[in-house]
Every structure is written in structure tokens, then in C-alpha cells.
Design a protein around this ligand. Structure first.
Ligand code: COA
Length: 706
């Protein structure tokens, strides 16, 4: 068999076109680098070649370095940084012709070329900090020379991608061209510039730097990159570009890259990158194309959740019909849709025409007849089983027999909802998180009878609306909320034993959680879980420890931000939580009532207990087969619950923090709290054998091997 050609070479007169051909994204692993270096050297040596155009085959220029190599043992062969530096000093001009994506090492390659030409819709970026390291092949030194420090910092510190059009406006690319003409235009540019002295990015001066730009960037990072190391290191590299010679800057950048790329932050962030993609691979998934493709979407219920779901689908181009019981509810819902899109327009995120088109895609009414031609209907009605049964019966009466029917329930049994329908094969759960137009996670809940094709079609549409779907089994709370209950329970118990809400929240925020559990409760509203607790009160075993503090707060009318008071109090119109002596007094009186002698509780204990309970529940979930892999659990917690991405998700974090110590914490909680904390046999086995959740199968290519 002939060897695969990873860089194809074509001649257009005196121009050699080098096309990287490594599907799906032209990642530049060692084999590509070898081929690229060979093709470049040959073009330089060929007297008939005056200039080179460098491009990618398929949908993308290139997604950059092969991220899997960062966790693996070092390879022999040319490095990307070596090739990039050589390109800049080559005697003939190299032109980058960019379409699709050019990220990381691929953009760094283009930055070292003499000229860049891109399609208007190409996406260019340096996402390295989102993977826990700094650009390591000249990105922090060349980008400021082409587009100035403020714009370069914006891209490098956020990982944001800019379009070809925006890149041209800021000097990052020289020209844009329509996709069909990109190579012709690049070849023409190559001919125009050949013979003249080759333009070298490294020789360009850095445009004048505004006085406070680094101080402002530092202040921003203090807010947006809490607990992270890569963004500050990247900032320092750019700052040094303005202070020292180019060659020295390259050396410092490389040293920073090497120091970070195998460190814990990068290991965790690379883990999440692959985990997000792995979650889409469900072993026994059917063929989505064998069910009608999902275009028109129906939504039942126009409350906050229903409106958020409608907005998410409409923003991605789907026509959406929403039904609620009263014209007033419909009007309120439509108002929410309008104001969300209007706000996006005012902030310049979408054009006026796009705003109008999105608003027009959402229709509302009280009649389910609007669902007659829907391909998918998502029910987001009140959380009562009788109501769900009634809604599904009505849906079955009007919807096409092949329409998919989904429930957004977060607390009811989807098997029971499905079993009551005539065709349970088309019924499943799509558990969106609030606000549904913003939160990326959707738990795709798989009841026993749903067909693999329906499941596949739903995973596919979830991806198309820009969200991350993770398939989970049916259990109380599914994966995310079931783990949340375990975590929250420890937070409540810690209050009874000596902590206060502000201390628990602070300790967990310092760990990296986006918010503490009590703050989150206030934001979400305390009444929903209160209602669920009241429903379950009759069946709750009375011998088990139960914290009454949350119920007492609700009885006092403290339902969270919406009533101006919950675990904290809130000044009128403010969302800033203010610790409240009334809550402290309540906490202390409950401690006394329950016979606890309050003690000093350390932040470390708060983190150990809350995280111990969280990971233990995740392990139980894995044993029960409710999530396919530990990395799926990580994706759920990173995208649905504000778990710090740079710690990789709870299961990845546990692997690295040490399972033995975690097991000790879980055993101690079991000792004092009984069956409320049931130590996971899987956790015990892994801890005793020195195993890891990550070894059970899941996201690949992320662990650093020596
Ligand atoms: N290195 C190695 N593998 C990569 C990769 C990279 N730089 N970029 C993407 N892949 C892999 C994915 O893991 C996935 O593999 P799989 O099919 O085995 O799961 C496959 O390529 C397709 O990627 P995916 O993201 O699922 O496809 P998409 O069409 O949704 O998006 C891109 C394509 C290029 C937009 C997206 O992959 C991307 O943004 N990659 C960013 C890469 C990056 O951060 N580069 C900087 C490296 S320093």
C-alpha cells in the first residue's frame, strides 16, 4: 500500500501550492511536520519555483499542533516552532491561504509567512491559554507586530477567534477572498510579491503601546482567570515582546510554553477538550439520518425555561412554536424572547436584520395545533407527573407519529413519562440548564425504550444549536443534580457543625467553583427544592440526618434573590450577596437545637467534604452505568455547575488530588452520617489498587506520560 501523502504539492506556474492533507482538521503531528518541511525545502531548492502558497485541504486550514502530542512522550523529527522560524527566513515568499479554522500553531505558522490571505468567514485564533499553556511558536511575539498590543492581548488572553474580515480590518491578514477564489488570489499575490525582498514579521516594529494596556489586562485577568497560570504567563510574554529583541522574546516564550504544557492546568484543560468530544461518542447510537431531520421545534411552557429553550433554537436558525396555557403567559414569554435578542443587538453581538429574523422565528399561542408539523417538541411545563402525562397525551394527539417528544424535567422519572405514551420509542429527556439560552450543557436522558436513532438525532441537534449534550441514564436527579444533592448536603451539615454560609461559599469559590452553593441557591430560588423536599417528606427515613435550615429560611419568606433575601440579603436592585446576621442567628440556633457544639471549621475541611461527597456520588453513578465514562461526568460538572474547567471536572480532579485521601474523607462521613454517604466500591477499588477514574476509559490523549 502506498504511503499517505500528508502534504500535497501542486504547481501553478512559478508558484508551488502546498496543501496539508490530514483529515479531519489537518492537525500538525510529527508526520505532517516531516512532510511539510520536506515540501518547503524542495520548493526553496527548485529554481522553477518563485513563491509558495501554504493551505489546507478539506474544511480547515489547520487546527494547529496535534494536541495529543502534548501529553505523550516527546517525538523525534522537526518541531513546529523550528519550521515556523525557518519559514520566516526563507529566501522565497510563503503566502498562507486560510479558510475554515486556523488556530494555535496553524495561525503561528501563518504569522511567520510573508503574507496572509483569508476567506471572510475563516476563523483565526490562538486558543492556547484555553488549553493551559502559552503560544509556543512565536504567537506572542509576532501577533503584536501585526495588529498591535491591545488587539493581540485580546486574542491571546481570551482565546477568542476572529473572522477573516475582522482579521483584515486589524492587520492580521492582508487580503480576503471568496472561498472559491482563495487559491487563485493567493497565487496571484504570490506572483506579485515574488522577486521583491521578502517581508518578515519579525522585522516589523510593534505599534505604539497605550500606557495602561498591561495594567488593565492584569486587572481583567484577576477577575476572569482566578486560579489560572497560563493567561498571566501569556501576558508576560507579550509584555516582553515590547521590551526585548525578537529572538530573545521567542526564547522566553518557548520556556514559558514548556514550563506549562505538561503541568496540571494544561493536563486538566486538555482533558476537558477531549472529554467534550468523547461525550458525543455513544457506543450503541443509531443512525440519526433514519429519522426526520430536526428543523421545526415546539416548546410547551413559556416560563423562564421554555423561553430560554426557544431562544436557543431560534438563535441557531430553527423555527420555534411555543404554547402556554394563557395568552398572558404567551405574551410574557414572547416579551422575554424579544428583549433577549434586542439586548444582543444593542451590545453589537448580532445585526439588526439577524435580530429581527430571530424574533420572527418564534411564535406563541395557547393551541397545540402549532405543533402539527414540529419535528421535535420539548416539554417544559410544571414539574408534576399528572401535568406531564396530560401534556404528553395532548402532544400525541396532534404531533406527527415520527415527531420526537422530549421532557425537560429535572426531577421526575422519564421512564414513567415515556411508558404512559403510545410510542415510548420516541420519548426522551432533554434536560437544559437555566438560563437555557446561555448554559451549554444538555443532559440527554435515555429512558429504557427510546430508540438509538431518536437519541442520535437529539444529540445531533443539541450540537447544532451550539450546546454540549451528554447522554445519561434515568435516576433521581440524573447525573448532575444527583451529585449536586450529595455535595449540597455536606454544605448544609457544615453549617450545623460550625461554618456559616459565607465561609462555605468562599472556600468553594477559592477552590475555583464559579459560585458557592448558597449563592447559587439564592440565584436559582429556594422554593423549587423546598417544594420537592415537602413532596418527599412523608417518605424520608426519619432516622437519617436532615438539615432543616433551608426549610426555615423558606418559611421566613426568604426565597433567594427574587425576594431580596435568602442565604444572604440583597440591596434593592443589587445581586451582590450581603451576609446577614439574621441567617447567622438561625444557623446557630439550629446547631443548638440539634445538639451540635459548634467548632472551628477549616476551609480545607469544607472543600474535602463537599468534593468527597461529590466524587463519591459520581463514582456510584459510574458503577450504576448512568454515565458512560468518568469524563462525561466531568463535562456535566464543568458545563452545568460551574466546576472550574482548569481542574478538569470532579473525577479528573480526584484522580490528581489522590483517591486514597478522598476515600478516607468519604469513610469518615459514612461513619458519622450513615447511609446518607454510601462509600462507592469503585472508589475504594481504585484507591486501593492505585487506579484512576481516567483509566476506566473515556477522554483520550490527555494524560502526561513520562
Ligand atoms: N489536535 C488533535 N486533534 C484535534 C485537534 C488538534 N489540534 N483539533 C481537533 N481535533 C480532533 C478532535 O479531537 C476530533 O477528534 P475525534 O473525531 O477523534 O473526536 C476531531 O479532530 C474533530 O474535531 P471537532 O472539534 O469534533 O470537529 P468540529 O468540526 O466540531 O470543529 C475545529 C473543528 C477545528 C473548529 C475544532 O476541532 C477546533 O476548534 N479545534 C481547536 C484546536 C485548537 O485548540 N488548536 C490549538 C492547538 S495548540
Amino acid at each position: 500500500m502506498s504511503e499517505r501523502v500528508l502534504v500535497r504539492v501542486e504547481r501553478r506556474g512559478p508558484v508551488a501550492v502546498l496543501m496539508i492533507d490530514n483529515p479531519p482538521v489537518n492537525a500538525m503531528g510529527v508526520a505532517v511536520r516531516l512532510a511539510l518541511k520536506g515540501a518547503l525545502d524542495a520548493a526553496m531548492a527548485d529554481p522553477a519555483v518563485d513563491a509558495v502558497v501554504l493551505t489546507g485541504s478539506g474544511k480547515h486550514f489547520s487546527a494547529g499542533a496535534d494536541i495529543r502530542e502534548f501529553g505523550a512522550a516527546p517525538t523525534d523529527g522537526p518541531t513546529l516552532v523550528g519550521i515556523i522560524n525557518e519559514i520566516e527566513t526563507m529566501p522565497k515568499p510563503v503566502i498562507a491561504a486560510i479558510h475554515g479554522t486556523a488556530t494555535g500553531g496553524a495561525l503561528e505558522l501563518a504569522l511567520a509567512c510573508a503574507h496572509r490571505i483569508a476567506t471572510e468567514d475563516a476563523e483565526l485564533g490562538l486558543p492556547e491559554v484555553t488549553l493551559g499553556f502559552v503560544p509556543g511558536a512565536g504567537g506572542t511575539q509576532r501577533l503584536p507586530r501585526l495588529m498591535g498590543v491591545p488587539r493581540a492581548l485580546d486574542l491571546i488572553l481570551t482565546g477568542r477567534r476572529v473572522s477573516g474580515a475582522e482579521a483584515q480590518a486589524s492587520g492580521l491578514v492582508d487580503e480576503t477572498a471568496p472561498g472559491a477564489q482563495l487559491l487563485d488570489a493567493a497565487a496571484a499575490l504570490a506572483v506579485r510579491v515574488s522577486g521583491a525582498p521578502v517581508r518578515r514579521t519579525c522585522d516589523l516594529p510593534i505599534p505604539a503601546v497605550p500606557a495602561d494596556v498591561f495594567a488593565r489586562a492584569e486587572a481583567d485577568l484577576a477577575k476572569t482567570a482566578r486560579g489560572r497560570v497560563a493567561p498571566a504567563a501569556a501576558l508576560q510574554c507579550v509584555r516582553r515582546a515590547t521590551e526585548i529583541a525578537f529572538a530573545e522574546g521567542l526564547k522566553e516564550e518557548r520556556a514559558a510554553f514548556l514550563a506549562l504544557v505538561r503541568g496540571p492546568e494544561s493536563t486538566a484543560l486538555r482533558h476537558v477538550f477531549f472529554a467534550e468530544r468523547e461525550a458525543q461518542k455513544v457506543p450503541d447510537l443509531g443512525d440519526a439520518s433514519s429519522v426526520p431531520s430536526i428543523r421545526k421545534v415546539g416548546v410547551v411552557g413559556f416560563g423562564t425555561m421554555g423561553a430560554g429553550i426557544a431562544i436557543a433554537f431560534a438563535a441557531a436558525g430553527h423555527p420555534v412554536a411555543v404554547a402556554d396555557e394563557t395568552p398572558e403567559a404567551v405574551e410574557r414569554g414572547l416579551g422575554r424572547v424579544r428583549s433577549t435578542f434586542e439586548e444582543a443587538r444593542q451590545k453589537g453581538r448580532i445585526s439588526e436584520a439577524e435580530c429581527a429574523a430571530r424574533i420572527a422565528r418564534v411564535t406563541g399561542g395557547t393551541d397545540y395545533a402549532a405543533f402539527v408539523d414540529a419535528d421535535l417538541v420539548v416539554e417544559a411545563a410544571f414539574e408534576e407527573m399528572d401535568i406531564k402525562h396530560a401534556v404528553f397525551a395532548k402532544l400525541e394527539a396532534v404531533c406527527r407519529p415520527d415527531a420526537i417528544l422530549a421532557t425537560n424535567t429535572s426531577s421526575l422519572d422519564v421512564n414513567v413519562i415515556a411508558a404512559a405514551t403510545k410510542n415510548p420509542g420516541r420519548v426522551l429527556g432533554l434536560h437544559f440548564f437555566s438560563p437555557a439560552n446561555i448554559m451549554k450543557l444538555v443532559e440527554v436522558v435515555r429512558p429504557q425504550q427510546v430508540t438509538p436513532e431518536v437519541l442520535a438525532a437529539c444529540l445531533d441537534v443539541v450540537k447544532r444549536i451550539g450546546k454540549i449534550g451528554v447522554v445519561v441514564g434515568v435516576c433521581d436527579g440524573f447525573v448532575g443534580n444527583r451529585m449536586l444533592f450529595a455535595y449540597r448536603r455536606q454544605a448544609d451539615f457544615l453549617l450545623e457543625e460550625g461554618a456559616l454560609p459565607q465561609q462555605v461559599d468562599r472556600a468553594l469559590r477559592e477552590f475555583g467553583m464559579a459560585m458557592g452553593p448558597f449563592q447559587t441557591g439564592d440565584l436559582a430560588g429556594l422554593d423549587i427544592s423546598w417544594r420537592i423536599r415537602k413532596r418527599l417528606a412523608a417518605t424520608r427515613p426519619k432516622e437519617l440526618r436532615y438539615s432543616p435550615i433551608a426549610d426555615r429560611l423558606c418559611e421566613m419568606g426568604r426565597l433567594g434573590q427574587k425576594t431580596g433575601a435568602g442565604w444572604y440579603r440583597y440591596e434593592k436592585g443589587s445581586r451582590t450577596p450581603v451576609p446577614d446576621p439574621e441567617v447567622d442567628a438561625l444557623v446557630m440556633s439550629v446547631s443548638a437545637e440539634l445538639g451540635f457544639t459548634r467548632r472551628e471549621i477549616s476551609d480545607a475541611e469544607i472543600v474535602e467534604r463537599c468534593m468527597g461527597a461529590l466524587v463519591n456520588e459520581g463514582a456510584l453513578i459510574l458503577e450504576e452505568g448512568l454515565a458512560a465514562r468518568a469524563s462525561d461526568v466531568d463535562v456535566i460538572w464543568v458545563h452545568g455547575y460551574g466546576f472550574p474547567r482548569h481542574r478538569g471536572g470532579p473525577m479528573h480532579w480526584a484522580d490528581h488530588a489522590g483517591l486514597t485521601r478522598l476515600l478516607d474523607t468519604v469513610d469518615a462521613m459514612h461513619e458519622s452520617q450513615g447511609p446518607l454517604v454510601r462509600p462507592s466500591p469503585l472508589l475504594r477499588r481504585l484507591a486501593l489498587e492505585g487506579g484512576r477514574f481516567g483509566d476506566l476509559g473515556g477522554a483520550r490523549g490527555t494524560e502526561t506520560k513520562s
